[in-house]
Design a protein around this ligand. Structure first.
Ligand SMILES: C[S@@+](CC[C@H](N)C(=O)[O-])C[C@H]1O[C@@H](n2cnc3c(N)ncnc32)[C@H](O)[C@@H]1O
Length: 349
């Protein structure tokens, strides 16, 4: 049986959002918009009778939606690292009459071993990698849906849907658009793979440079020089696409792993593209999509234009058309994007 998208929409409509999030939807600092929950829940296929483990209770809204979808014969166990949120959600669930939800306080990285096994696991917060505890606690053939880092570079998260194999290792992996806050740590973790990271005057979040090619040299002076070049890059030009298409371009670019691959955050802008010791060619993803470079005739600008044209020439491959494989790491698996095949031409963009 498969959960029809309209079953998910109907379940979300049965949950009293104000009860969990307050009249202004701001009762809890970290919540997931209902539209994003609605986009990701179909990946989990949450049908009646299932046992589901949720990592990241937050307001409790998504937990209630899961309880609606799994029905009176189902079970939802929800874990959050913030004890106060768990106490709050537990009270709200009782007030709303849900009897199949168990709320647990703790680090979701460890799952909920005493409540295992589960048919499904969904995480609304990004772990450092896919924890072994999760694949061990989901039955073979079960499904994990979680935001996972896809490359050793900042800002490379995608929503992964993973089928658990008979030996409790990750089986089939598909990728989807989506990002969630890192587990346990603060917003700064967006720069986990930063080569240089610094809070500049008047900024709320740090600007950073994430460039594996620089990190591999261990050259601090080079890192500082390129960081300054990125912060100062004066040339800009328009890009023909907006959000979310540019998010697909970003992940495709990460999968190509071109020489000089760089992710950078300056001021309010997050960018992906290419740097060299003295050139910058980056695509800004938001708040506005545009190309940023050190000069109008920069070779790095030429290369990033070339990448963009190549992506367009392939029909603008989307994240769910990319593939990835898992690599064993200590206590789990890391996800790594596969380079795309370049010969399948489509013409959507
Ligand atoms: C985006 S919010 C979840 C929102 C929730 N789905 C809702 O409907 O309101 C992410 C949650 O993950 C929690 N979190 C962060 N690190 C965690 C960890 N190590 N274990 C469990 N939960 C964690 C945060 O406290 C936060 O409540």
């Amino acid at each position: 049986m498969t959960a029809a998208p309209n079953a998910i929409t109907a379940a979300l409509e049965r949950v009293d959002e104000h009860h969990y999030r307050g009249q202004d939807r701001r009762a809890v600092r970290q919540t997931t918009p209902a539209s994003v929950i609605e986009r990701h829940l179909p990946l989990l296929d949450p049908v009646p009778g299932l046992r589901i483990l949720e990592i990241g209770t937050g307001s409790g809204y998504s937990t209630a939606a899961l309880a609606e979808l799994t029905g009176p014969q189902g079970t939802v166990v929800s874990v959050d690292v913030e004890h106060d949120l768990v106490t709050r959600a537990d009270r709200l669930h009782r007030e709303a009459g849900y009897t199949t939800i168990t709320s647990l306080a703790g680090d979701g990285y460890a799952g909920a071993p005493e409540q295992a096994p589960f048919d499904r696991l969904i995480a609304w917060t990004t772990p450092p990698h896919l924890p072994k505890a999760w694949t061990e606690q989901v039955r073979p053939g079960g499904v994990i849906v979680a935001p996972l880092v896809c490359a050793p570079i900042a800002y490379s998260t995608a929503m992964a849907r993973i089928t658990v194999a008979d030996d409790h290792t990750p089986g089939q992996v598909t990728l989807h658009r989506g990002q969630y806050v890192p587990m346990t740590t603060a917003a700064l973790d967006r720069s986990r793979y930063a080569t240089v990271s610094r809070v500049l005057d008047g900024e709320r979040y740090p600007s950073y440079l994430s460039a594996p090619w620089i990190a591999a040299t261990g050259d601090r002076d080079l890192a500082e020089r390129v960081f300054t070049a990125v912060l100062d890059a004066p040339h800009t030009e328009p890009l023909g696409i907006g959000w979310p298409e540019v998010e697909h371009f970003k992940l495709w670019t990460l999968a190509q792993d071109p020489a000089g691959l760089t992710v950078a955050h300056r001021g309010k802008e997050t960018m992906v593209g290419i740097t060299t010791s003295d050139q910058v060619g980056l695509v800004a993803l938001f708040p506005e999509t545009r190309i940023v470079a050190d000069s109008a005739d920069s070779p790095a600008l030429e290369r990033v234009r070339g990448l963009y044209q190549q992506w367009k020439g392939l029909g603008g491959p989307r994240i769910d058309e990319l593939t990835a494989h898992t690599v064993p790491v200590d206590q789990g698996w890391a996800l790594e994007l596969n380079a795309t095949t370049r010969d399948t031409r489509r013409s959507r963009i």
